[in-house]
Design a protein around this ligand. Structure first.
Ligand code: K7E
Ligand code: CUA
Ligand code: CA
Length: 610
């Protein structure tokens, strides 16, 4: 039929064209109209701003990706657990970001769960927390600068998985230990394996206390009234093989009574393990309640009104609805195969990702609780095998009910083949109507697990234009070289299109530290500093100071240059480190060479253009 229509068009045969101008054309026209309106929904003209910032965890990329929604434009990567030369992050040994990361553990991570800070049940645009599942760490990103501010290793945790903030105050962030291990009595006896749910000061990320569990804690979601936090547990068996972990018919949702845990800590009812007060539930009755749910649940999500916890069944085709105050199971609606995570709109609907069915299913919470068989509202296919799904504002008390993102594990043939490994794929779904509508798909680096959206208005006046000048910054006109034996400190500034100094002298083998301040006062004027043959390349944002320590190499001339294209004279923005043999005379002067010397030699009398 397709070919016939095509030949008809080519032949401009009216008769034939009319003959095949049947259903297929009408369908095509309808599809074209839908495509056009879908395109309009996501079209954000150049220079226009998106409504939302979506923060996607970077999985094994170790950072956070920022996308504009609804355009699906990639805006930024926030480096957290992995160095990024291009972002001036942790790639230069000696810089603040390097030392902070190094001190906390390995120079890579596996980020799963981005969590935004809230005030009064709404995102406040201050902070974003993210876990490193692999290395038991949590980081806090400042949204003033979109930079990692704090990284901490959490004691007694292997596999820092589920993460959430204790609501409504965000006094703590709490993180789930997914991998049971032998921190209580060192040894390899699995019977002694335990795990903890750790409560961290939300600003400093210092671990304040932990609650011990037998088995593991997977995904986290806080109640909204300052009492319970919830975690799914799939290994209540405390088993060490995958068969062992599915032995029981039931596992659990753990509910921790946070004020009771705080009280126990205040009264000294804890055991200190590796410096942290650990509350043991058998010593503090009520601190931990295990609510039975079908075996091996996964997602844990509290509804915006704070009334229910949804435990997504994973192996069971159900979502268990638990009353978040009485801790009783109130319903267990069937939703489809492989339910992993559930998210919410502002009209009483839940949206559950179905890994096996490759679908998002929309269902009505009250109807499901009342046993009304019409609780399923809609299903939409996603491509393919969705993990997390998140609707805008779903973690707050005021979801916006407009957009939902489906974070799919496989993209199969969705994109041009780029090797055996395909990109991860997200889909943007319009949930503003009764029916869901998949509007757009966008690939990303591996491998986003979860996402949170923040409305642009919240951030607009909070993100700073430039860094605050630190007391240790080098000021314009106060550049200098300070020599102390073999330690040489060079206090350097940069501004379009010049480093000051443009030359300095050291001995081979000297320990050199460059304190480089970008003295620009306008946003976006980042300069770079790459030093030939010394393995150094950093970025310095306006107002920022970077500290660059290294050992001077063999005698010779080494150019440093700006790696960020900043001005018409960007290529000329360079200078020399002159390395002299040990014992040779070196000058402490950083004054530019005299004009005569400036021009170097041998001089070219003229330049021939032939
Ligand atoms: Cu479901 Cu780590 Cu959130 Cu992945 S976890 S999907
Ligand atoms: Cu500074 Cu390019
Ligand atoms: Ca189990």
């Amino acid at each position: 039929m397709k070919i016939t229509c095509l030949s008809a068009l080519l032949a401009t045969s009216t008769a034939l064209f009319t003959a095949c101008n049947s259903d297929s054309t009408a369908t095509k026209q309808k599809a074209a109209a839908q495509t056009a309106s879908a395109a309009q929904r996501v079209y954000v003209a150049p220079g226009k701003l998106d409504d939302y910032y979506a923060f996607l965890s970077g999985g094994q990329s170790g950072g956070v990706f920022v996308y504009g929604i609804p355009s699906c434009r990639f805006i930024k990567e926030i480096a957290v657990f992995e160095p990024r030369a291009g972002l001036g992050y942790a790639n230069n040994p000696g810089s603040e970001s390097y030392l902070r990361l190094k001190e906390s553990g390995p120079m890579w991570g596996d980020t799963h769960h981005p969590v935004l800070s809230q005030t009064n049940g709404r995102y406040d645009g201050r902070w974003l927390w993210i876990n490193d599942k692999a290395n038991g760490r949590v980081a806090r990103i400042s949204l003033r600068t979109f930079e990692t501010a704090v990284i901490r290793k959490v004691p007694n945790i292997q596999g820092a998985h589920g993460l959430d903030a204790w609501l409504p105050s965000c006094k703590y962030v709490y993180v789930n230990g997914e991998l049971e291990h032998d921190f209580v009595q060192n040894g390899t006896d699995p019977q002694q394996y335990r795990s903890v749910i750790a409560f961290l000061d939300s600003e400093s990320l210092e671990t304040k206390f932990e609650v011990m569990i037998v088995g593991n804690a997977d995904i986290a979601s806080s109640g909204k009234d300052g009492r319970y936090v919830f975690s799914t547990m799939y290994n209540t068996e405390n088993a060490v093989t995958s068969e062992g972990m599915i032995e029981r018919d039931k596992d659990a949702v753990a509910a921790i009574d946070v004020p009771l845990a705080e009280k126990a800590v205040a009264e000294g009812k804890f055991t200190r393990i590796n410096g942290v007060p650990v509350v043991k539930p058998d010593e503090v009755p009520g601190v931990l309640t295990l609510i039975p749910v079908p075996k091996n649940p996964h997602g844990c999500n509290v509804t915006p009104d704070g009334n229910y916890v949804m435990a997504s069944g994973k192996l069971s085709p159900t979502v268990t609805i638990i009353d978040a105050h009485s801790l009783k199971v109130v319903a267990e609606p069937e939703v489809g195969l492989g339910p992993l995570h559930t998210t919410f709109d502002n009209r009483g609907n839940a949206y559950t990702s179905l890994f096996i069915d490759s679908q998002i299913v929309k269902w009505n919470i009250q109807k499901a609780i009342k046993g009304d068989p019409t609780y399923i509202v809609d299903r939409v296919d996603v491509h393919y095998n969705v993990g997390h799904t998140k609707a805008a504002g779903s973690d707050t008390s005021y979801p916006s009910g407009d957009w939902l993102i489906s974070l799919n594990k496989l993209s199969k043939g969705m994109y041009l083949p780029v090797g055996p490994a395909m990109p991860e794929s997200q889909e943007l779904i319009d949930i503003s109507g009764e029916k869901m509508r998949v509007i757009a798909a966008f690939p990303s680096l591996s491998e986003p697990h979860d996402a949170v959206f923040l409305s642009r208005q919240v951030l607009a006046d909070k993100v700073v234009q430039t860094y605050e000048i630190t007391p240790t910054a080098t000021k314009l006109g106060e550049e200098k070289l300070v020599r102390n034996g073999t330690q040489v400190d060079v206090y350097m500034t940069c501004i379009r299109s010049k480093f000051v100094p443009e030359q300095f002298e050291v001995h081979s083998g000297d320990r050199v530290t460059i304190h480089l301040t970008n003295v620009e006062t306008v946003r976006d004027m980042t300069h770079g500093f790459a030093l030939a043959e010394h393995g150094i390349n950093i970025a310095v944002d306006p107002g920022q100071t970077q500290v660059v320590p290294f050992t001077a190499g063999a005698p010779g001339t080494y150019w440093y240059y700006c790696t960020w294209f900043c001005s018409a004279l960007h290529l000329e923005m360079r200078g020399r480190m002159l390395v002299k043999p040990i014992g040779a005379t070196v000058s402490d002067s950083i004054a530019p060479p005299t004009l005569e010397k400036t021009q170097g030699g041998p001089k070219q009398d003229k330049v021939s253009y032939e």
